[in-house]
Design a protein around this ligand. Sequence first.
Ligand code: ADP
Ligand code: MG
Length: 293
Amino acid sequence: AIPLVVAINTSLAARNGMLVRDRIAMEDARKLDAIIFDKTGTLTEGEHGVVDMATVDGVDKDDALALAAAVESDSEHMIARAIREAADERDLSAPDASGFEAIKGRGVRANIDGSEVYVGGPNLLSQLDSEIPNHLQHFADKAGQNAQTVVYLVRDGELIAAFAMADVIREESFRVVDALHDLGIEVAMLTGDSQDVANAVADELGIDTVFAEVLPEDKDEKVQELQDQGKLVGMVGDGVNDAPALTRADVGIAIGSGTDVAVQSADVILVQNNPMDVVRLVKLSKASYRKMQ
Ligand code: ADP
Ligand code: MG
């Protein structure tokens, strides 16, 4: 009878937009103690727009934005797109850039007019050992409290501008967190974004555990951290960066237009980009396997 139950369960899952790559994980979903969500693009829309910027003395805002757009011209990151769009909206033409390099989980760099220019988040600043001038620190603090992501422009080692970008929490995310709590499941969030932004989003949603400023190569360690507490852990993500964490999780869940790498690392793929399907998955697992115990 067991194979029949499993067969029914996977076809039922498929009809609900869930592709099951690992049936054991599907069975484990009903026993999850904690579920970790990637923040950007999973709990939030992932559509950043530049809402504010600040520069150091002697640096023109338009020049800074054009420079940042040039550094970002080769990047597919959502932050890159937002910066290029902001430059376009102001009809700024980006200076010529070469020698593009992506620094995973930190930012990007390029050569422009004989200078080495970087755009990136707090993780980048710590790597470059760049100091933040007081008024830019103030700007970043204020943005962070408003859940805005801040990226910095660094030219030849000097931090010359900061950009605040707004993302919005997906409406479904509120219901997801509540429903998982009702099922007795701890909800955690994992992000490369700053602690400030992560805390603001977590407070808003009522998330229990926050892992912020995590580099891509360290994401799976956070899954392990909860597992070491004896918890059965699910991970929900969509990016290339999330793949090791999806693999490490007891139930790895790729969502929406997940990258190939994420999809191949996951046990279950949620075809529709709806985080509420995570709740449906747990409920379906409970309903299907209860009979078998
Ligand atoms: P997440 O974990 O939220 O999906 P990523 O690992 O993609 O984030 O990026 C982590 C952080 O690295 C971003 O919040 C940003 O600060 C910085 N970063 C990554 N790529 C870029 C880029 N192209 N331009 C500017 N900053 C970037
Ligand atoms: Mg992501």
